[in-house]
Design a protein around this ligand. Structure first.
Ligand SMILES: NC(=O)C1=CN([C@@H]2O[C@H](COP(=O)(O)OP(=O)(O)OC[C@H]3O[C@@H](n4cnc5c(N)ncnc54)[C@H](OP(=O)(O)O)[C@@H]3O)[C@@H](O)[C@H]2O)C=CC1
Ligand SMILES: O=C(O)C1=N[C@H](C(=O)O)C[C@H](O)C1
Length: 273
């Protein structure tokens, strides 16, 4: 069987470079294209050289359509607004679109759902195995401890632009699902000033930013005289890239639609039954 041709969006970014490296290390996958926005200072550079794996003969272009048209999958860790546009291009080309970007609004999500009528789109705020297992544990814990207050704390590097993180929201969704409620109706995304006592049943978020932290998350279930603390520490971005490349492979030949890493990892994590 021939290699899966993967295009990397934002190939000069932190995740873009990591994705190029992980794709070259993954059997059955090849980097077939790489792009950045018009005017980016690294246009024309070799994507492999930027990723530190040696020249691949893939120059970073500013023409996403040209490379998407000749690919089997797109991996997109750029940002919410660009991912909405790129989902439209992936849908036109009918290729698998793996979206790792975070910071989406409800309107953005609706546009991505529309694009997923024409292509396989796999979207998740965190592509790592560990966080997707953590989400299943959080869902169970929230269900088993109905009276406990759920608080989610995250810390990321000082370049991150969105808060709460996509992972924190994913974990919040897991807790809400465990309780059979909607996150949108119960989330408290920030606190400042005289906020009043905590409203029972809410799911709170706190975001810290500093230094080069790759990503840390804690879900605290606080009850009377006891706390359950579940967490994940990302030590290297390769864990996200490995999940994204697995999603590219998993998505080949699947029916059009919007999927999450829960489906991609169900068998790997033994969560199918
Ligand atoms: N789901 C997951 O597992 C993970 C998700 N993320 C998410 O991925 C996203 C990127 O993170 P990170 O790599 O740290 O960020 P970076 O800023 O390092 O990389 C983003 C890259 O995308 C480029 N870019 C922006 N818009 C476009 C566009 N329209 N077309 C092509 N390239 C574009 C940026 O260019 P420029 O520099 O010019 O802006 C930049 O090079 C964030 O939303 C982050 O939260 C990160 C890690 C894991
Ligand atoms: O911006 C990042 O860096 C990360 N973003 C994702 C998020 O918003 O949760 C995933 C990871 O934590 C790193």
């Amino acid at each position: 069987m021939s290699d899966i041709r993967i295009v990397v969006a934002g190939a000069a970014g932190r995740m873009g470079r990591t994705l190029v490296r992980i794709i070259t290390e993954t059997k059955g996958c090849v980097v077939s294209g790489a792009f950045e926005m018009k005017g980016h200072p690294l246009l024309g550079q070799d994507a492999g050289t930027l990723a530190g794996v040696g020249a691949l003969g893939v120059a970073v272009t500013d023409d996403p359509l040209a490379v998407i048209a000749k690919a089997d999958a797109l991996v997109d860790f750029t940002g919410a607004k660009s991912s909405v546009e790129l989902a439209g291009l992936a849908a036109q080309a009918r290729i698998v679109d793996v979206i790792g970007s975070t910071g989406f609004s409800a309107e953005d999500d609706a546009k991505i759902e529309a694009a997923a009528r024409h292509a396989v789109i796999i979207k998740s705020g965190n592509m790592s195995r560990g966080v997707n297992l953590l989400a299943a544990l959080v869902k169970q814990a929230a269900k088993s401890l109905p009276g406990f207050d759920v608080e989610i704390v995250e810390m990321h590097h000082n370049k991150k632009v969105d808060a709460p993180s996509g992972t924190a929201l994913l974990l919040g969704e897991a807790a809400a699902a465990g309780r059979g409620v909607s996150l949108a109706d119960n989330a408290v995304r920030a606190r400042d000033g005289v906020t009043g006592a905590r409203k029972p049943g809410t799911i709170g978020f706190a975001a810290l930013r500093g230094g080069t932290v790759v990503g840390e998350h804690q879900v605290i279930l606080a009850g009377e005289h006891e706390r359950v603390v579940l967490g994940h520490i990302a030590e290297d971005r390769s864990i996200f890239a490995q999940g994204a490349v697995q999603a590219c492979l998993w998505g080949q030949g699947k029916k059009e639609g919007l999927y999450s890493m829960t489906e991609v990892m169900a068998d790997v994590l033994g969560l199918s039954s």
